[in-house]
Design a protein around this ligand. Structure first.
Ligand code: UD1
Length: 420
């Protein structure tokens, strides 16, 4: 496991360019299974989750190549029964392969992605939705696998909760075929809109993405394309939280204000200067940020759960008392115990809220246990007196391309240690 040694930083300044959003690119890679032509994806970051997703595509016969910032995927022939179960169990996003495989082959057998660091994350909504489209689903609890049969034949799906992954899986399942699929209660995240745009670039007919009613009119055959995904709003929010924590002046090229409305509102309440410009967002902070009374994570357009740990990390050194409530994932506050090692005053209130009283932090040895919680430790460490060693960088590598190096470009002093 590698570690980042983070020194106290007094100010971040300069320009950072966003790459494509991990949460958009992962389902899009799975959607490449829908066509036998080549797909070229531009502006892709090197992340371990993306490498794993490409390896899953390779395991079912796809040709994959990552060249600079471009990914090439060609699924001329696909074998739904050779999927790499070990990889599927490793990353949650592997479940995205189910919809496209069914749409292309009419059968699929996958390993359950299982629970993960931030919560149980069942896939019942994905499976119930597929059943509504006429697919027969058999779960084998002994092997921890799901076997599905039948080409999705269109129909009506009513999602009980606006699950991002289930909405995406169902859109992909419905993309080929001849019938119409209507998804009620769909998630509205920008990454859903991006997937719809990608599918439509392949020739699909997806309407209403970004609202809670999505209609997919099946199209017999999809073709190849060249596509660039939306910029990563969570990475943008991470840099904003870092500027809030230590102060500075940073231009985030590619950041889209509309995708970050709820977060920008909070950062402004904290006293930060946020200027939305044509091609990005400039964030400025002088002195200590102010506490924010209450923040509750919610599905888009609410405050994103993925930015919850980053917000808390920034608020650890704010002036006053803040409360942050998590409503999406039941196990998303584990990083709080690591912040306490740095002297943070963060108290768990019940199981889904924290009360944060801002104060100075000091360097310590801490352990990342999940992706965003790990990034939050780096943000908090930038404010801590002395040096902080953040262990478990592999978690951070799942969603950030060289977070330490990028922050160093803005004036931080972070060294990566490779531990045997
Ligand atoms: C996606 C994002 C993740 C983000 C999350 C919420 C990707 C690759 N990941 O994850 O970064 O934190 O959206 O914005 O895009 N649920 C069920 N049954 C299901 C599916 C979900 O109960 O079948 C529950 C989950 O346990 C969770 C909630 O619904 O409590 C939201 O999950 P969902 O929106 O599906 O998140 P993901 O797609 O897994």
């Amino acid at each position: 496991m590698d570690a980042l040694v983070v020194s106290k930083c007094n100010r971040l300044s300069g320009k950072i360019k966003l790459y494509g959003a991990k949460n958009a690119i992962l389902p899009i890679i799975a959607a490449c299974v829908l066509t036998s032509d080549e797909v070229q994806l531009c502006g892709c970051p090197h992340l371990s989750d993306i490498d794993d997703m490409l390896a899953i595509i390779a395991s079912i016969g796809g040709n994959v190549r990552f060249d600079g910032e471009q990914i090439f995927v060609c699924c001329k022939a696909v074998n739904p029964y050779t999927i790499d179960y070990a990889l599927m169990r490793k990353i949650r996003s592997s479940v995205f392969i189910l919809g496209p495989l069914l749409s292309r082959c009419g059968e699929a057998e996958i390993a359950l992605p299982g629970g993960c660091e931030i919560g149980q994350r069942p896939i019942d909504l994905h499976l119930d939705g597929l059943k509504s489209l006429g697919v027969s689903v058999q779960e084998c609890s002994q092997k921890n696998t799901v076997s599905c049969k039948g080409l999705p034949r269109g129909g009506i799906v009513k999602l009980k909760y606006p699950s991002v992954g289930a909405t995406e899986n169902l859109m992909m399942a419905a993309a080929i075929g001849t019938k119409k699929t209507v998804i009620y209660g769909a998630a509205k995240e920008p990454e859903i809109v991006d997937l719809a745009m990608f599918l439509n670039t392949l020739g699909a007919r997806v309407f209403g993405a970004g609202t809670d009613l999505i209609v997919v009119e099946g199209k017999g055959r999809l073709h190849g394309a060249r596509y660039r995904s939306v910029p990563d709003r969570i990475v943008a929010g991470t840099y904003m939280a870092a500027v809030g924590a230590v102060g500075g002046d940073v231009y985030i090229e590619g950041a889209i204000g509309d995708h970050l409305d709820a977060a920008l509102h909070k950062f402004r309440l904290m006293g930060m200067d946020i200027m939305e410009e044509q091609r990005g967002i400039r964030v400025r902070q002088n002195g200590r940020i102010k506490a924010v009374k209450q923040t509750v994570t919610l599905p888009y357009p609410g405050f994103p759960t993925d930015l919850q740990p980053l917000l808390v990390a920034a608020l650890c050194s704010a002036e006053g008392e803040s409360v942050v409530t998590e409503t999406l994932f039941e196990n998303r506050f584990r990083y709080v115990y690591q912040l306490e090692r740095m002297g943070a005053d963060v108290i768990l209130d019940g199981c889904n809220s924290v009360i944060i009283k801002g104060r100075s932090l000091y360097g310590a040895e801490v352990y990342a246990q999940d992706l965003r919680g790990g990034a939050a430790l780096v943000v908090a460490a930038l404010t801590a007196e002395g040096q902080t060693t953040v262990n478990g960088v592999e978690y951070i590598d799942r969603g950030y391309q060289s977070l330490g190096d990028e922050l160093n470009l803005l004036g931080a002093n972070i060294k990566r240690l490779t531990l045997q």
